[in-house]
Design a binder for this molecule. Structure first.
Ligand code: PEP
Ligand code: MN
Length: 366
């Protein structure tokens, strides 16, 4: 797949505002519910109406969606409000039914993106159509798997594409339902700047009172759009009750968002930015130089240890270094997690350099 400006044209054509807004219930429940929410979202910044028809539930026994009958309700909602309709598809028969019911946008859910067989089946069923297809990140933090999903759809000839960042599962308890791991969508954006990115703060947070903050974070990172689960009676929703908001609160959330300009063309801004970047470049160069020197010394230590037949890993010494650097880093305003990760990486590299010396001299003697 190549970066291709064709991929993002649909966003610019469709959006009524920045960001592009996709809203609607987690699940279609009844015809009245689907129509009521759509009517309330009609004259707003919402361009696309979402509703789950087939619901992937973690365990059996939960509400598994109303099925194909709901597609008819979406058609009615579209005829009445003019909103475009989006549903989740997880296999070829879902795609077929969605196409038959004139659904405009199909998205692949997080539990489906993990499965290349399923994504390929969906891609094959989409061949020759002109639909907009959005690929949610897989539940596990694996950029290659996410991109693989996008590529399968791209290779089926679909050019109106986008990705949805909905966070990643974790066994640890965190304040998020699915941790954002922002560096993953950022890396994806670096590789494919023309691939639209939409944030799903509902599934990231799992809680309606955190949606504003995560939506703002997405806009600060120049995301193209937001997908926010919206329900006329959130507390009584048949799925994901805690994270859904009313159409009223959605409007408030959108109103509160502070829009960031991509760049500011004024000279003053540019020259200030350039200066700051130059200073960063200088520090980066210094860091590389220092690290190179540090590794050189590690090699000298390796030679000394070899001479004296001493083991490479000296746990006591390493723990001392770690403690000292933690105290120093904290004082400089760095976070504990970062210092720990940085020094583990430096230590690993250092051991590698020492081992290189030891193995080389072994070679020389055999
Ligand atoms: C959904 O959007 O309702 C959904 C099931 O999301 P995800 O695939 O992100 O879990
Ligand atoms: Mn949901």
């Amino acid at each position: 797949m190549e970066n291709n400006s064709e991929m993002r044209q649909w966003v610019d054509d469709l959006k009524l505002s920045h960001p592009l807004v996709i809203a609607g219930p987690c699940s279609a429940e009844t015809e009245e519910q689907v129509l009521d929410i759509a009517r309330q979202l009609k004259d707003s910044d919402v361009s696309i109406y979402r509703a789950g028809i087939w619901k992937p539930r973690t365990r059996p026994g939960g509400f598994e969606g109303v099925g194909a009958i709901g597609l008819g309700w979406l058609q009615k909602a579209k005829a009445e409000t003019g909103l475009l309709m989006a549903v989740e598809v997880a296999n070829a028969s879902h795609v077929k039914l969605a196409l038959e019911h004139d659904i405009d946008i199909l998205w692949i859910g997080a539990r489906t993106t993990v499965n290349p067989f399923a994504v390929q089946e969906i891609a094959d069923a989409l061949q020759g159509t002109d639909k907009i297809v959005l690929i949610k990140n897989p539940v596990n933090p694996d950029l290659a798997l996410w991109l693989g999903g996008v590529e399968r759809i791209y290779n089926a000839g679909i050019r109106k594409l986008g990705v949805i960042h909905r966070g990643f599962s974790t066994y640890e308890k965190t304040k998020y339902r699915n941790i954002p791991e922002w560096q993953i969508p950022i890396e994806l954006h670096d590789r494919f700047p023309d691939l639209p990115i939409i944030c799903d703060p509902s599934h990231i947070t799992g809680k309606r009172d955190m949606i504003q903050q995560v939506s703002q974070q997405a806009l600060n990172l120049n995301y193209d759009g937001l997908m926010i689960e919206t329900h006329n009676n959130p507390d009584k929703a048949w799925s994901d009750a805690a994270q859904q908001v009313t159409p009223e609160s959605l409007k408030q959330i959108l109103q509160n968002l502070i829009l960031r300009k991509k760049t500011d063309e004024t000279d003053e801004f540019n020259s200030k930015l350039q200066n700051l970047r130059l200073r960063i470049d200088e520090y980066d160069a210094k860091m590389m130089e220092t690290l190179g020197k540090r590794m050189q010394i590690a090699e000298d230590i390796g030679a000394l240890k070899k001479e004296n037949n001493v083991a490479v890993l000296q746990n006591r010494r390493w723990n001392e270094v770690r403690k000292r650097m933690l105290a120093m880093g904290l004082e400089k305003g760095l976070t504990e997690e970062f210092i720990d990760r940085l020094f583990k990486a430096i230590h690993q590299e250092s051991i590698g350099h020492q081992e290189k010396i030891i193995n080389n001299s072994n070679d020389a003697t055999t």
